[in-house]
Design a protein around this ligand. Structure first.
Ligand SMILES: Nc1nc2c(ncn2[C@@H]2O[C@H](COP(=O)(O)OP(=O)(O)OP(=O)(O)O)[C@@H](O)[C@H]2O)c(=O)[nH]1
Length: 372
């Protein structure tokens, strides 16, 4: 686990737009960038092969940077995302491209979005200038259910999202939309599910999903974590170890479509919030998470948390995607009177019980003063 860093809201926000093949990413993006409030947006298309935006919309202005009709920037990345982000930043500093205040990266439909997130979270040069604002995932209302059944990538794209955008609701039945929404809520309880028909959406709902409140520039951890959304969530109905400190599940199976058909990829996903009353010993926490990463890294789709650490009066915010954790951020103060540690997990085939039992082992070892 990395050293804890201070909160820093000044870096440029980056949103990652993901979603399965043909789910409407480009349609959405081409509408968003025409929105008046989005004029200062640089768009990076992270794909191999041909240019993703159609040529009517995109005007080539230099080697790999194109100027959209709306005035915003658009790069098609064939090489390295790190190089592209760095070049874009340098060009901005030197005045070679219009000043932009936000970046959107569109990933390819078949891609696992995690490597892009890893780059943003962990590359020191990139992390000094950019911060992950959030992951926006488009889900096709017509084909989305089938894609969740068949394609692991499509499940991952929805599971890591901060915002889910249902597209093509104009040509899907109300029943199919409701069913898909239920599945998406179980998969990712905290992500708002928005709708866009032919890309029409208010961009305000899509952005500023990160830790920092854009107006006050201060961290707004409760809005970011949305721990309460996990209270009656999801697939994991294990009763867990009741240490008197965890949110209770709603065991009403009636509402969600669990189906118990383990062939559906999304039935392998568990989303829950672990709440811990007593202050955490930092080393025990770090060892617990590092062990989890070693054993099950690829299956830890997203972890977010606010921690009450015994060694610190101020809370510490943690955020991980698979084996990569953003350097933990120390906040100046608790956002509310609730000083319990709250950690939300979205995992694949890793149960709440497994995670809690491991935590308990490290907690007991730390309490006994053992070397961990
Ligand atoms: N009816 C309807 N069609 C839509 C909507 N959104 C997108 N489409 C159509 O769906 C098709 C795929 O949309 P794209 O925006 O190219 O999807 P994409 O996710 O960028 O596709 P890839 O880059 O191939 O992964 C296009 O023909 C769009 O016109 C919608 O809300 N309603």
């Amino acid at each position: 686990m990395n050293t804890v860093i201070a909160a820093n809201p000044t870096r440029l926000p980056v949103s990652v737009l993901t979603g399965f093949l043909g789910s409407g990413k480009t349609t959405l993006l081409s509408q968003i960038v025409r929105h008046p409030g989005m004029a200062n947006t640089a768009v990076i298309i992270n794909e191999f092969g041909e240019i993703g935006l159609d040529h009517l919309l995109v005007e080539k202005s230099s080697e790999n940077t194109v100027l959209l009709n709306s005035g915003c920037l658009c790069c098609t990345v064939r090489g390295d995302l790190i190089d592209t982000l760095r070049d874009l930043f340098l060009k901005r500093v030197r005045g070679l491209v219009p000043e932009f205040d936000r970046v959107v990266i569109e990933t390819t439909g078949l891609a696992d979005p995690a490597p892009v997130l890893h780059t943003l979270m962990n590359d020191p040069l990139i992390a000094a200038r950019f911060r992950l604002d959030g992951v926006i995932s488009t889900v096709d209302a017509v084909n989305g259910g089938d894609q969740l059944n068949r394609h692991d990538e499509s499940v991952k794209q929805a599971a890591v999202a901060d915002r889910i955008v249902l597209t093509k609701t104009d040509i899907a039945s109300a029943e199919a939309v409701a069913d898909l929404e239920d599945r998406l809520k179980a998969l990712n309880p905290a992500a708002p599910i928005l709708r866009a028909v032919q890309g029409q959406i208010d961009p305000a709902g899509l952005f500023d999903a990160g830790l920092y409140n854009p107006t006050t520039k201060s961290p707004d951890v409760e809005r970011w974590l949305k721990a309460e959304a996990y209270e009656d969530a999801g697939h994991d109905h294990g009763h867990g170890h009741d240490h008197g400190h965890e949110h209770q599940h709603d065991h009403d199976h009636g509402h969600h479509h669990h189906g118990h058909d383990r062939n559906r990829h999304d039935d392998h996903i568990t989303a829950f919030c672990m709440t811990i009353d007593e202050p955490l010993v930092w080393d025990a926490f770090a060892t617990w998470i590092e062990t989890l990463i070693t054993l099950r890294g690829p299956d830890l789709l997203r972890i977010k948390g606010i921690l009450n650490v015994r060694e610190s009066d101020a809370p510490v915010v943690v955020h991980g995607v698979q084996h990569v954790f953003h350097p933990p951020v120390r906040l100046e103060a608790w956002p509310s009177d609730d000083h319990r540690s709250r950690i939300v997990f979205i995992t694949r085939d890793v149960s709440r019980e497994t995670i809690e039992a491991m935590y308990e082992a490290y907690r007991e070892a730390a309490a006994a003063g053992d070397t961990i």
